[in-house]
Design a protein around this ligand. Structure first.
Ligand SMILES: Nc1ncnc2c1ncn2[C@@H]1O[C@H](COP(=O)(O)OP(=O)(O)OP(=O)(O)O)[C@@H](O)[C@H]1O
Length: 249
C-alpha cells in the first residue's frame, strides 16, 4: 500500500530572528535593532531602505559574512550563529553565492577558473557540465579563456552570476548588483537573476536602492533605522518608490 507523503511547511532558505548589531565607534547607534525576517526558498526578495538603514549589515549577517551581536541566523535550516570558524566558512561556501556591485572576480584567473572557484574552495569536485550550461545561460560561451580585464562591466557581472550559479548554492545574495552598470546592462543582469529563480529554482536576496530594480523581485522588505518597517508583495516600481518616500520621511 502506498503511503501519502506528508510535508510540513516549506522551510525558509534564510531566516534571521531578532538580530541586532552595533558597530564599535558608531556612538552606540545600532545598525540593526531587532530584525526578524524569513526569505522563502525559490523566491526573489529585495531589501530596500534609506542610506545607512542597515541593508548591507542585514545581508552580511544573513550570509554569514558578519555576526550579529544577538539573535539567530539560519541558513538552509542550519543555525550558523553557533558555528565557529572554519565551520562557518565551510557552511557559507556550500550554501551561499554572492554577487557584489564590484564583481569581486579574481583578475588573474580566466572566466572558466573564476566560475569553478567556489566549488574548488569548498573542496568539492566542480560540476563542469553545469558550469558550461550556466556560462551559456549568461551569454558568455566562447569567453571561457578570457580574463576579467578583457570583459566589459556587464560581462564581468555575468561571470559573477555564473560563478554564483555554478556552485548550486541554496541562496544567492546580491548587494547592489547593478550599481556599477548602465541601465540596459543592469536590466540584463536583473533578467538573469529573475530567470535563475524561475528556471533554476534559485533563491535570491538582493539589496538595492533602485525601485526599478526592486520591482523584479517577488517581495520587497523595507528597512529604516535598523528595523523592518514594511513590505510589499509583487509591487510595481511606482509602489516601491512611494514606499521609499514614506520610509525616508
Ligand atoms: N564597519 C562599520 N563600522 C562602523 N559603522 C558602520 C560600519 N558599517 C556600517 N556602519 C554603520 O551602520 C549603519 C548601517 O550601515 P549599512 O551599511 O548596513 O547601511 P545601508 O542601508 O547598507 O547603507 P547604504 O545604502 O548607504 O549602503 C550606518 O549608520 C553605518 O554608518
Amino acid at each position: 500500500m502506498q503511503t501519502k507523503e506528508v510535508r510540513g511547511p516549506v522551510q525558509p532558505v534564510v531566516e534571521v530572528v531578532d538580530i541586532a548589531k552595533t558597530y564599535a565607534g558608531a556612538g552606540g547607534v545600532p545598525a540593526l535593532d531587532g530584525v526578524s525576517v524569513a526569505f522563502a526558498r525559490g523566491t526573489f526578495c529585495a531589501v530596500m531602505g534609506p542610506s545607512g538603514s542597515g541593508k548591507s549589515t542585514l545581508l552580511h549577517c544573513a550570509a554569514g559574512l558578519d555576526r550579529p551581536d544577538r539573535g539567530d541566523v539560519r541558513l538552509g535550516g542550519e543555525d550558523i550563529g553557533r558555528l565557529k570558524e572554519p565551520a562557518l566558512t565551510r557552511a557559507r561556501r556550500r550554501r551561499v553565492g554572492f554577487v557584489f556591485q564590484s564583481y569581486n572576480l579574481m583578475d588573474s584567473l580566466t572566466v572558466w577558473q573564476n566560475v569553478l572557484l567556489p566549488r574548488k574552495l569548498a573542496g568539492d569536485r566542480p560540476d563542469k557540465a553545469w558550469a558550461r550550461e550556466v556560462i551559456a545561460r549568461v551569454g558568455l560561451s566562447g569567453r571561457e579563456h578570457d580574463r576579467p580585464g578583457q570583459l566589459s562591466g556587464g560581462q564581468r557581472q555575468r561571470v559573477a552570476l555564473a560563478r554564483a550559479l555554478a556552485a548550486r548554492p541554496e541562496v544567492i545574495f546580491a548587494d547592489e548588483p547593478t550599481g556599477a552598470l548602465d541601465l540596459s546592462t543592469g536590466r540584463e543582469v536583473l533578467t538573469l537573476l529573475r530567470e535563475a529563480v524561475d528556471d533554476f529554482g534559485t533563491s535570491v536576496v538582493m539589496v538595492t536602492h533602485d525601485p526599478a530594480s526592486a520591482a523584479w523581485a517577488d517581495r520587497v522588505v523595507f528597512l529604516a533605522d535598523g528595523r523592518i518597517v514594511s513590505e510589499l508583495g509583487y509591487p510595481t516600481s511606482e509602489q516601491i518608490a512611494a514606499q521609499m518616500m514614506a520610509v525616508s520621511a
